[in-house]
Design a protein around this ligand. Sequence first.
Ligand code: AHR
Length: 528
Amino acid sequence: MGNCMVRYTIATLLLASLSASTVMAETAPETTMTIYADRPGAIINKNVYGQFSEHLGSGIYGGIYVGENSPIPNTGGFRNDVIAALKELKVPMIRWPGGCFADEYHWRDGIGPKDKRPVRINTNWGGVPENNSFGTHEFFDLVEMIGADAYVNANVGTGSPQEAAQWLEYMTGDQDTTLVKERRANGRDKPWKVSIYAMGNETWGCGGNMRPEYYVDIYNQYVAFIKAQPGAMPELLASGDHDNQTTFTTELMQNVRGRMDAISLHYYTILGPRWENKDTATGFSEAGWINTLANTLRMDDFIKTQDSVMTAFEEKRGRGAMRKKMGLYVDEWGTWYKPAPGSNPGFLVQQNSLRDALVAAANFNIFHKYADRVRMTAIAQTVNVLQAMILTDGPKMILTPTYHAFHMYKPFQDAASLPIDIKTGTYKYDQWSVPQVSASAAKAVDGSIVIGMANLDPHNAATVSALITGAQAAQVKGKVLTAEAMDAHNTFEKPDAIYPIDFNNAKLTGNKLYVTLPAKSVVVLKLQ
Ligand code: AHR
């Protein structure tokens, strides 16, 4: 009851500030859009909204899994609060166990009685003991609890093709083999479904410092031995490039002999240009705001570059030579700031603000544009690590602005992308400039048209007029996420400082839509 009152008061204040922004809109140029509802394109695979959960800091231990004997309310060791929040988010896919961790992970360490599982050192993340109480069975318990698909990352750096092949048999087999019997003895009768099986991670770096040529040989060797029963074969994912690099993609497209369904791309948003130059997660300046947004928008060019490399190979081989269009899976993306003060720097803990919600929305809008190629992504990471959805502190849990952006964009999962022409002004500060409005549209599974928009300008509202061709809608509903401060964020003391509220600044007249986006906001509209 008390909490409701707080929510109501905050909502009232926010609405007041939205009206103030509306007045300021008169000074900003109008944004115009045409949304072609009569020309639906590729389906936005629900897995574009995937998540990455690594054995890193309290990303899993403490954040998701606390063990059955924990005083924190749990089911089979899984935090009830976090599981409920992830279910509500409709998380479609989880990538596990890493990251850099994957290339030192030996799956046998994480099966069987917990008191017999070996304790290792997590050499990548903080040098802390890893007791392996969360292993294969626990991972599948997690994905089954939240209704997600499983993406498993095999160990190429310190593993072997045999280890990777046997792990897949352990997970997916249903004949009476010794490995399958072992799984059954460990409590799981039915085989699990592995949707994506990745061969290594960042093989140009923590995954083995390999040259592209060397990795492609290794990839070919691994996949020659990855076998599964009919219907149980996962998609096979090769470890690819980062940022604007294309050497791995080029080499993979050229020289892979066996099955390859997709190639990964990693891109983290930092201030740059050097990796060490990171911003603080909160308390940043306007330069930090725009620099971060300008850098995150580079994702568009990076995907375009990868797409053109892949397309060139696909066209060279002729239509039909490849089983299907190669996937580009952006399985690590998001902001990377300085570690939260007082935290273990190896645990990559950071606060999460309104700026992160805009980063998320801008990336969703980019991913939708490339829906035919980018069929899966995983933000780094789900809980307590980097651009997290959820932060926990002992028994306490908060949802971040990034969680809210994902929640608002849920209708885009499995929707048909719609082409959109957009003309918008420029928001400039110091040496940076970015488009004021980022947007995308889709035809949702329920037939409605969804439009996702972010106004990147922290000072001016954006007036948007959109023409929707080929569809007539009778009503428009929506949600907005905004706040007074650029770094508005939730804390354990004030868990509801920022959350989405109903949006009433959109009007439909025939097939024209008029919207006023508040400064620094994310808005998702549903037209029915
Ligand atoms: O997400 C944190 C780390 O970033 C991952 O383990 C690694 O793949 C990347 O460098």
